[in-house]
Design a protein around this ligand. Structure first.
Ligand SMILES: Nc1ncnc2c1ncn2[C@@H]1O[C@H](COP(=O)(O)OP(=O)(O)O)[C@@H](O)[C@H]1O
Ligand SMILES: [Mg+2]
Length: 346
């Protein structure tokens, strides 16, 4: 990409052109900062490219600013508890006045202190020992896990986390995931406490903010910016991709030509993978939504299914973030230019 372009296609990193999700950030920050938090866990759910990682990272950065928070980023592909204990030790080492002398010695077996006089400790007891100290020092720990999966590692981690919470440690957990993975985790009989975990379902970015950003970065009139903003439908990846293409274009190509390039990017980075994650019936429903606000009755007729069968699929596609419904009895595709791109896969 050309140098100087303020837009990016990089996933997971906070982009230069950032549209704030004030309400979502505020919800998590005020919940976790409360003296008596109603929940010490939050889930961010959304389709690929909707901005989960960026939101989680920016919330974590806000906590970091507050000073009394220690942020621990753990990797969902590792042994979560082991990774947590390692990173907790590393962070505490970097934070002044956390490890007092006596504390050093008691963790000696793990290589924190001065001599190897004690037997090695397991991750859980190390974590508890550290959390005990942090609690006394009025520090709080925020764990972030990106892209949670429903596997044994997560199952073990989540049930242990619940025990930490019961012991009243100042521990908080912010996770992102796809609808299907979060659903599986929340409905695991061993992890029922997660059923009550509040969820942020990522909505489209603010169209108004996008218009303003496009006007100032692309130097275009409001009407043109509005047209572009509506094309993105507020889908975070499309906001970046279209901004990037438009910025690079220098009036050389028509908007239609730019949109064909946008389709290639959507295909390559996100839509192919999203399409592969849908069932046959999901795909058929998507293909039947040929325009915004398609009548549910028309879809049922076309596919020969009853409205009660349809409503089951509808619910799941809504949750996944593939479709949206602004009016009863009508549905639209939530992702920009989705039909144009995916019809080529069939
Ligand atoms: N709030 C935002 N404002 C502007 N661009 C965003 C925002 N959130 C995400 N993006 C952009 O959207 C793309 C996907 O973001 P990411 O957080 O990695 O998505 P996800 O984790 O949901 O797959 C990236 O190119 C990122 O720069
Ligand atoms: Mg991500």
């Amino acid at each position: 990409m050309r140098k100087g372009n303020p837009y990016t296609l990089t996933f997971g990193k906070r982009p230069k052109e950032y549209i704030s999700r004030y309400e979502n950030s505020e919800t998590v920050i005020s919940t976790f900062s409360d003296d008596n938090p109603v929940s010490q866990t939050f889930l961010i759910e959304g389709i690929r490219g909707s901005g989960k990682t960026v939101l989680m990272t920016s919330i974590a950065a806000e906590f970091e600013q507050l000073g009394d928070w220690i942020i621990i980023d753990i990797n969902s592909t590792q042994d979560l508890m082991e990774d947590f204990s390692q990173r907790l030790i590393d962070s505490c080492r970097k934070t002044p006045n956390i490890f007092s002398k006596g504390f050093n010695i008691s963790l000696a077996g793990f290589g924190i202190g001065i001599g190897g006089t004690e037997a090695p400790k397991d991750s859980v007891s190390i974590i508890e020992e550290i959390l005990e100290v942090l609690k006394k020092k009025k520090k709080k720990v925020l764990i972030t896990i990106d892209e949670v999966m429903h596997d044994d590692k997560m199952r073990y981690f989540a049930s242990q986390f619940q025990i930490f919470i019961r012991k009243d440690y100042p521990l908080f957990l912010l996770m992102t995931g796809l609808y299907e993975n979060i659903y599986a985790i929340q409905n695991d009989p061993a992890l029922t406490f997660l059923l009550r975990t509040p969820k942020i379902h990522l909505e489209p970015l603010s169209i108004n903010q996008i218009i303003k950003q496009y006007m100032s970065t692309l130097g275009i009139e409001q009407s043109e910016a509005k047209k572009l903003a509506n094309i993105t439908k507020g889908y975070a990846f499309a906001f970046q991709a279209l901004g990037m293409l438009y910025y690079e274009n220098n009036n050389e190509r028509s908007l239609d030509e730019i949109l064909l390039k946008l389709d290639d990017m959507l295909d390559d980075y996100v839509y192919r993978k999203i399409w592969a994650s849908l069932s046959r019936q999901d795909k058929d429903i998507v293909l039947a939504i040929k325009k915004d606000n398609t009548k549910v009755g028309d879809i049922c007729n076309e596919l020969g299914i009853s409205s009660s069968v349809f409503s089951k699929y509808r619910e799941r596609l809504l949750q996944k973030g593939v479709i949206c419904s602004n009016e009863r009895g009508y549905v639209s595709l939530a992702l920009p230019r989705f039909i144009d791109v995916v019809s080529l896969y069939e």
